[in-house]
Write a protein that binds this ligand. Structure first.
Ligand code: NAD
Length: 354
């Protein structure tokens, strides 16, 4: 099996490269990355040590796909993944990478017969609808109410039937536009593909920053004793997300690669699910317990543009299709990420402690 992982030095890409190569040493794994994300370069020796081929390439350039081999699968994990991207700044990088880059990847797949696993996002679901969800307030979090006025939402979370017709952030739009183009290539150009709409993914090797990678950011600030803020919703830290361990995402992709006929042409929500949902306030408690440190957390009452109070993935469709369920808890995620930070303190401090 030959697999190309674009964004192969990023958080998800590098983990998928290493976990696939470790489980299947005879597979040929290629990582392609333009090293745009700070810290991605630290993964190159990790990949090379495992015998993974690294190419410094950019998905914005079709000629960077001129490999001297063909691939059975391409896993598309190259992106500008920040939900704040393009707000108050040029859209060029966002659109050229997240949309044009997907098209270049698809054209290569169409030419060479590769199948595609696309990592999409829960951010395809519109902000205006997520903002209208009815929720109750417990001592530590917002809780999805039983009765809702919008389809595709229940106390289990958001399903694939959630409406898609309003604005969702420029990031989410580039991913949804990619999904639409993927379907065209699948229907008319024979590119077999599966789309996974992931919620928050976290774990070791995530270079968390203020606008992306909140779990790693929260752990890093506790570990290196920085400060944090609960922003919006009264500054109470009750906003909720579900979090998926990168190892659970690997289990999912591993299954898809080896049972592609059961998932091809489908779009799945995939996340930590209600069992691995957590509020910021609750995350703080776990970070305190795991790192042993208590830090100042400020409260900013005003909501940030485009923020949402709550998102939880309903995994029913993917579980019914292939039996996949996330197995790791948020405490597992925090513990594994913290141990990675401790073990690589010197390298990571300049990147993660700011
Ligand atoms: N991390 C999450 O919580 C999450 C959730 C849902 C979906 N996703 C999706 O998963 C994918 C991977 O996200 P991640 O968290 O690993 O992000 P990341 O920033 O850690 O990794 C992305 C990698 O892509 C590289 N890259 C950026 N632009 C590129 C370009 N033009 N050409 C080649 N490489 C380029 C970066 O250098 C980086 O190494 C993205 O498509 C993202 O939308 C991530």
């Amino acid at each position: 099996m030959k697999i190309l992982i674009t964004g192969g030095c990023g958080f998800i890409g590098s983990n998928l490269c290493c976990l696939i190569k470790s489980k299947y040493p005879s597979y040929h794994v290629y990582a392609m990355d333009n090293l745009k994300r700070r810290g991605s370069e630290l993964n190159i020796p990790r990949l090379k040590n495992l015998g993974i081929n690294f190419t410094h390439g950019d998905i914005r350039n079709p000629e960077d796909f001129d490999f001297d081999t063909t691939f059975d699968y391409i896993i598309d994990a190259a992106a500008e993944p920040s939900v704040m991207a393009g707000i108050g700044a040029s859209l060029n990088y966002l659109i050229n990478t997240n949309l044009i880059g997907t098209i270049n990847t698809l054209e290569h797949a169409a030419k060479t017969g590769a199948k595609m696993v696309f990592l999409s996002t829960s951010r395809v679901y519109p902000i205006a609808y997520l903002d209208q969800l009815k929720f109750k307030e417990s001592d530590t979090r917002f809780v999805i109410a039983d009765q809702q006025n919008i389809p595709g939402i229940s106390p289990m979370g958001v399903t694939e039937l959630f409406p898609l017709d309003k604005a969702r952030s420029l990031y989410g739009t580039t991913k949804l536009a990619s999904e639409l183009i993927i379907e065209e290539f699948r229907a008319f150009l024979n590119v077999d593909a599966v789309i996974n709409r992931c919620g928050v993914v976290a774990g070791p090797y995530q270079m968390g920053k203020v606008d992306q990678g909140v779990i790693a950011l929260w752990i890093a600030r506790h570990y290196w004793k920085g400060t944090l803020s609960y922003i919006g919703y009264g500054g109470t830290g009750k906003q909720v997300r579900d979090v998926m361990h990168i190892y659970d995402l690997f289990d999912l992709v591993d299954h898809e690669l080896h049972h592609f006929e059961t998932v091809c042409g489908q779009t799945f929500n995939a996340g930590g699910g209600i069992g691995s949902s957590i509020s910021l306030q609750e995350l703080t408690m776990i970070c305190r317990e795991v790192t042993g440190n208590t830090i100042t957390i400020n409260a900013i009452k005003e909501n940030r543009m485009g923020d949402i109070p709550l998102y939880v993935t309903d995994n029913t469709k993917i579980t019914n299709a292939i039996g996949w369920v996330p197995k790791r808890t948020v405490k597992d995620i925090v513990t594994d990420t913290y141990q990675w930070m401790v073990a690589n303190e010197q390298q990571l401090k300049p990147i993660l402690s700011i």
